[in-house]
Ligand binder design. Structure first.
Ligand code: NAD
Ligand code: UFG
Length: 332
């Protein structure tokens, strides 16, 4: 069975392709390499012992996708491709809407034309906004997004819901990721942020590797146990495995489902930094700075729906996440 993976050379996509190949799916990656590199395909092959097909191209290129769908029967699309930097989205909103929202519309139109109506989509916990209270569950109303990136995710969720209402042949899974971190155990694939990282784990790893001087911890006065922000960090390999479960459900029924993919456990910035130091033996100097605009105090998932319906739950702990992130950072 063949699956098209948009954004398949990216951080989460590459780990998911490894899991798909292990489950004997044929994989066709479509990626424009705007935030990843071609070498990842070889590394995926090294891990999986089997190569995915790779097509360099853009999700906005409808005729390319229609041709791909006509060349061989493709049963489903796992759609990761998109821009994801919150701060950059505030500076370049049009690029974000064009790439993420318009790009998804092009992809959906091509899928309609090619007769493939099964999709797994990368959404985000950011759609819960700041009005809902954690643990976030899928029945909560949509939150108010605070940046263009978040709005693109919420908009795409709505487009997919409305598409399903208009045509019940679609089978769609909206996966709301919490905070994916870590890397594959082999150290061959991982997160490759361009420029200075915005997210916590890559920043911590680069400080440990002495590429950056020190970590700024944004806020020590949140209403949390130690005053620093709490997030639900999930190992990227666990997250990748969640996609296989969602894909199997999508292939089995038509319908539209929403699932949180997280661990259900909140972890503070200080807990993550301390665990990283213990596990790796590396020092991570830090200072406390003022809160980062738009950050909420706590964000963690209610994971019961994914467990009940998909039969999936995260297995790896914070120690694994830190050890694997460091192995990747120190091999790069
Ligand atoms: P990533 O940047 O590593 O991967 C995205 C991939 O998509 C990259 O390889 C990039 O080259 C490609 N791409 C971007 N625009 C494209 C286009 N128009 N056509 C073809 N390819 C294109 O990001 P990631 O962390 O792997 O995230 C994957 C998805 O998950 C994204 O949609 C992201 O918004 C979502 N997500 C990520 C996180 C996170 O913390 N990493 C959290 C929630 C949701
Ligand atoms: N943090 C620091 N210093 C840093 C970076 C982050 O203290 O240099 C703190 C933040 O204030 C926050 C926590 O570390 O408390 C996590 O921050 P990240 O930037 O790693 O992640 P966010 O929770 O802000 O956002 C991430 C993705 C979003 C996604 C969201 C929910 O970047 O795209 O998770 O999935 F929407």
């Amino acid at each position: 069975m063949s699956v098209l993976v948009t954004g398949g050379t990216g951080f989460i996509g590459s780990h998911t392709v490894v899991e798909l190949l292990a489950k004997r799916y044929n994989v066709i990656i479509l990626d424009n390499l705007s935030n990843s590199c071609r070498e990842t395909v070889d590394r995926i092959e090294q891990i999986a012992g089997r190569a995915p097909q790779f097509v360099e191209g853009d999700i906005r290129d409808k005729s390319l996708i229609v041709n791909l769908l006509q060349d061989e029967p493709i049963e489903a699309v796992i759609h990761f491709a998109g821009l994801k930097a919150v701060g950059e989205s505030v500076q370049k909103p049009l690029e974000y809407y064009k790439n993420n929202v318009y790009g998804t519309i092009c992809l959906l139109e091509a899928m309609c034309a090619g007769g493939c109506k099964n999709m797994v989509f990368s959404s985000s916990a950011t759609v819960y906004g700041s009005e809902n209270r954690p643990p976030f569950n899928e029945a909560m109303p949509d939150g108010v997004t605070t940046n263009p990136y978040g709005t693109t995710k919420l908009t795409i969720e709505r487009i997919l819901r409305e598409l399903y209402i208009s045509d019940k042949d679609w089978s769609i899974s909206l996966l709301r990721y919490f905070n994916p971190i870590g890397a594959h155990k082999s150290g061959l694939i991982g997160e490759r942020p361009s420029g200075t990282p915005n997210n916590l784990m890559p920043y911590v790893s680069q400080v440990a590797a002495k590429k950056l001087k020190k970590l700024s911890i944004f806020g020590k006065d949140f209403d949390t146990a130690d005053g620093t922000g709490v997030r639900d960090y999930i190992h990227v390999v666990d997250l990748a495995k969640g996609h296989i479960h969602a894909l199997e459900r999508v292939l089995g029924n038509s319908g539209l489902d929403v699932f949180n993919l997280g661990t259900g456990k909140g972890c503070s910035v200080l807990e993550l930094v301390n665990t990283f130091q213990q596990v790796t033996g590396q020092k991570v100097p830090y200072s406390f700075e003022k809160r980062r605009e738009g950050d909420i105090a706590e964000c963690y998932a209610d994971t019961s729906l994914a467990k009940e319906v998909l039969g999936w739950q995260a297995e790896l702990g914070l120690e694994d996440m830190c050890a694997d992130a460091w192995r990747w950072e120190s091999r790069e």
